[in-house]
Design a protein around this ligand. Structure first.
Ligand SMILES: NC(=O)c1ccc[n+]([C@@H]2O[C@H](COP(=O)([O-])OP(=O)(O)OC[C@H]3O[C@@H](n4cnc5c(N)ncnc54)[C@H](OP(=O)(O)O)[C@@H]3O)[C@@H](O)[C@H]2O)c1
Length: 310
């Protein structure tokens, strides 16, 4: 397939480019500010994705069989800081791409988030459960799901993704990369003992996105995550142990939500996802935490610091 991939320089998009190329697809990868090479991208296109006319022109020029949307304002705090820009990238962009996919009869895969739920219950959320976002990011993701369905119901699959592990191009985006940044700066990583997540790696999610891209019969909203639910604090301890760092080299400060009520208002206590029906339909499997850790590399910006600890 010819694939038009937005967010090709992001944590998920870069993994999608690699996964798509491995499966024999040709990728036109759209970046914003990223200037480096991206493995798996055959043609790199620098484009401002807030410019709808430019997006249309680029998609029509590429004439893709599939469009994968991995561009977004993906950090909830950044949505609060600049809501108008976030609205364009998180809602208007997927809506425009879905209209183009419909126009071209192209497959469309869009990435949403577990944060469409409020996370106040401990049992897994099913795809059909009523969404209940508690922050702007979650509300925008929900609006994007509805806009995509309205524009391209017969062509689109939207995947709600969890907290992501993995190796980003710049080494600063994913869960373990953020922990390393704290440790390298001599700061303890502050991690909640009472916030529960079901992480997966960007690489594993990318396999799902590409598989979904190939499976045109799978339309609608789906869930994907890892095979285990654990607290952010427990995840941090597993990451530290995996990289054989000590408490002195890589301090972790346990926090509870009650200690930071203003922050807790914007964050969900427990986001567990029921992976049915997708997990039964794909070749890609949800991974255990041990499998996810096995894939992680020391983030490039922290390599000198890390090797000095050994
Ligand atoms: N990260 C997570 O934990 C997580 C969890 C659940 C769901 N998700 C969702 O997964 C998807 C991918 O997230 P991610 O973590 O991979 O995001 P990311 O690492 O922050 O990457 C964002 C991408 O969007 C591009 N972009 C942003 N503004 C742009 C603009 N104006 N023009 C062109 N490109 C622009 C960036 O390009 P440049 O860097 O080149 O400017 C980058 O490639 C998003 O929909 C996100 O909401 C992420």
């Amino acid at each position: 397939m010819n694939v038009f991939l937005t967010g090709a320089s992001g944590l998920v998009g870069a993994a999608v480019a690699r996964a798509a190329a491995r499966r024999g697809h040709r990728v036109v990868g759209v970046v914003g500010s990223y200037a480096g090479q991206i493995e798996g991208v055959a043609t790199k296109l620098a484009l401002d994705l807030t410019d709808e006319a430019a997006i249309s022109a680029a998609v029509l020029e590429a004439f893709p069989d599939a469009i994968f949307n991995c561009a977004a304002v993906s950090v909830p705090e950044a949505c609060e800081t600049d809501p108008a820009r976030a609205q364009v990238l998180n809602v208007a962009l997927p809506a425009a791409l879905a209209r183009l996919a419909h126009h071209l009869s192209a497959r469309f895969v869009h990435v949403s988030s577990e944060q469409v739920f409020n996370g106040t219950r401990a049992t897994p959320y099913a795809v059909g459960d009523v969404p209940s976002p508690i922050n702007l990011y979650g509300r925008q993701k929900l609006e994007s799901e509805r806009a995509v369905q309205a524009a391209a119901a017969k062509f689109a699959a939207t995947i709600r993704a969890p907290l992501l592990m993995g190796d980003s191009l710049g080494g600063r985006r994913s869960t373990h990369e953020r922990l390393f940044a704290d440790w390298m700066a001599g700061r303890p990583a502050k991690l909640y003992t009472d916030e529960w997540r079901q992480p997966c790696t960007a690489e594993n999610l990318a396999e799902v996105i590409v598989e979904l891209g190939e499976r045109r019969e799978l339309c609608g909203v789906f869930h994907w995550a890892g095979a285990e639910l654990l607290s952010r604090h427990a995840l941090g301890l597993r990451i530290r142990e995996h990289f054989k760092l000590t408490d002195r080299q890589a301090p972790i400060l346990p926090l509870t939500r009650a200690e930071t009520p203003a922050v807790a208002k914007q964050r969900q206590p427990c986001l567990a996802l029921d992976l049915a029906p997708l997990a039964g339909k794909l070749k890609t499997r949800p991974q255990t935490i041990a499998e996810q850790l096995d894939d992680l590399k020391v983030p490039p910006p922290c390599r000198s610091w890390y090797f000095a600890q050994q």
